[in-house]
Write a protein that binds this ligand. Structure first.
Ligand SMILES: O=C[C@H](O)[C@H](O)[C@H](O)COP(=O)(O)O
Length: 235
């Protein structure tokens, strides 16, 4: 599986040109991209990156990839990031590693987002992977009830739990927030659910990435498949 992730990362790297400003994703697949990019940088490629998490920032530094911020530059050419699920419209569930907020800010600031994954992430309908919803700890009970109401209005339901870290304590995101993971099984209308969740006070962000991915590079036993998004970015 790790080999497949690396192959997808290597394919995305073929789109990177000298002088590009890149969004650097988070997770085990995006980590391969950062490592491969580092090799190219050491061989003379001139790029600059914006990391989507503290973990990726440290990886990029270790690999020698020069970094900047979205305060210092006004756009990114390409963001390369992994995903937890990808549907045929290239809508995504992200946030399995807790980096969804910075990932979405960076993807939205990019001309193109290339999603890299092994082909087990490709699904007909999103929802098998628990949907991460990043929340402010204050008023959590009220936020939870509002999320449940939004789920009901959007025709989905399922258990929701505060995410714990490996140490057994509540997982805290890079932004200092908590994550609720919702087991929804099938999200028939992800765009509607995304809009409903974004309207709830106390919800900082959610893991539905709608209309952000430009293409997906899927690596599987049969080789690599590149799927281009049909509609323009943002639609
Ligand atoms: O918060 C984490 C990110 O959204 C990751 O890109 C996503 O969880 C996929 O990670 P991985 O490549 O490790 O499966």
């Amino acid at each position: 599986m790790d080999q497949l992730k690396r192959q997808a990362a290597a394919r995305a790297l073929e789109d990177v040109r000298d002088g590009m400003q890149l969004g650097l994703g988070t997770g085990s697949t995006a980590k391969h991209f950062v490592e491969l990019l580092g090799e190219r940088v050491r061989a003379g490629l001139k790029v600059i990156g914006v990391p989507t998490s503290e973990a990726t920032r440290l990886d990029a530094i270790r690999c020698g990839v020069p970094l900047t911020t979205l305060d210092e530059i006004d756009h990114l050419d390409i963001t390369v990031d992994g995903a937890d699920e990808i549907d045929p419209e290239l809508n995504l569930i992200k946030g399995g590693g807790g980096a969804l907020l910075r990932e979405k800010i960076v993807a939205a600031a990019s001309d193109r987002m290339i999603v890299i994954a092994d082909d087990t992430k490709w699904v007909p309908t999103l929802g098998g992977f628990p949907l991460p919803v990043e929340v402010i700890p204050f008023g959590l009970g009220a936020t939870r009830r509002a999320i449940e109401k939004a789920f009901a209005e959007c025709g989905v339901s399922g258990q929701m739990a505060v995410r714990n870290g490996k140490d057994g304590h509540v997982f805290v995101t890079d932004g200092g927030h908590w994550i609720l993971d919702a087991q929804l099984e099938k999200i028939e209308d992800p765009a509607r659910l995304a809009t409903a969740l974004s309207a709830i006070p106390g919800v900082v962000e959610h893991g539905l990435f709608i209309g952000l991915a430009s293409s997906a590079v899927l690596a599987g036993g049969e080789g690599i498949r590149v799927i281009e998004r049909r509609k323009p970015k943002g639609d």
